[in-house]
Write a protein that binds this ligand. Sequence first.
Ligand SMILES: C[S@@+](CC[C@H](N)C(=O)[O-])C[C@H]1O[C@@H](n2cnc3c(N)ncnc32)[C@H](O)[C@@H]1O
Length: 272
Amino acid sequence: MTRRLLVIGIGAGAPGHLTLQAIEAINRAEVFFLLDKSEAAAELVAAREAILKAHRRAPWRVARLASPKRRAEAHIHGGARTPARETTYRADVADWHSARAALLAPLIEAELPEDGVGALLVWGDPALYDSTLRVLEAVRATLPLAIEVVPGISAVQALTTAHGLVLNEVGAKVVLTTGRRVLEDFSREGTTVVMLDDGTGLAALIAREAEVPPAGAAPLHIWWGAYLGMEGELLMSGPLAQVGPQILRQRAEAREKRGWIMDVWLVREPKF
Ligand SMILES: C[S@@+](CC[C@H](N)C(=O)[O-])C[C@H]1O[C@@H](n2cnc3c(N)ncnc32)[C@H](O)[C@@H]1O
C-alpha cells in the first residue's frame, strides 16, 4: 500500500482555469496539503479555498504547512550575476527545498492513511517555475509515495490569451526565463517570456535597449499582465521604450496598494 499524492495545477488565478481533470482530482482527494510562502500567501490561500468551495462535492480536510522562510533574497534580484552568487543562489534554493521536504514528510505520514489519496493545489502548471514536484521527490527519499500530476493553465497562457497573442512567431524560438536572467537570456530571434521579475529585469532591459540599440534592429514591443485572471487584472502593451517605463510605474503603484504583485511579460520585435 502506498500513499498517493495528486499534484493539481489550478491555473493562474481565474476560477475558470480549472480543467475537468483537475476537478475530478479535487474530488478524489481526502486531504489537501497547503503550503504557501510569499507575501501573496493570504490571497493565494484564499483563492485555493474558493476553488475547493466551488468544486469539491464532499466535505474536505486541510493540513497546513508553515513553509520555512528563504534566506536573504537580496542576492536573487539586482546586481550582476557572478558564478559565486549563482552558486549561493542554487545552494539556498536546494536548502529551502530540503527544509520544505523535511516538514512535509512527517505531515503527510501523520495526515494521510497508508492507502490514502492526498492533494496539493499548485498555482498555474506544476511543471513551470514551481518547486512542489522537486520537494516531493525529496520527500520520496524518506516516505514512499505515488505521485500523479494534473496539468494547469500557466501564467504564460494567461498572458497570451489576455492579449490575444500567439506565443511564437512563425517558425521562431521562444525563450522562457526569469527576471534575474533576462539580460543574458533575451533573444532577438524570437519571443522572450519573463516570469518571477521584481521589476529589475524589465528596468535593466529597457536601459540596455536605450543605451545600445542594435544596428538595424526594429524596436521591441512588450506585452505585460499582472494579477491575470484575478480581480484587478492589469494589462499593458506597446513599444518597450515608451510603455516599459509606464509599466514599471504601474507595477510599483499596484504592488504598493495591494501589498504584492505577480506579473509576467513578453518582448519581441513585432512583425505587423
Ligand atoms: C512561482 S511562479 C509559478 C508559475 C506557475 N506554476 C505557472 O504555471 O504559471 C510565479 C510567477 O508566475 C507568474 N504568475 C503566476 N500567476 C500569475 C498571474 N495570475 N498573473 C501574472 N503573473 C502570474 C509571475 O511571473 C510570478 O512571479
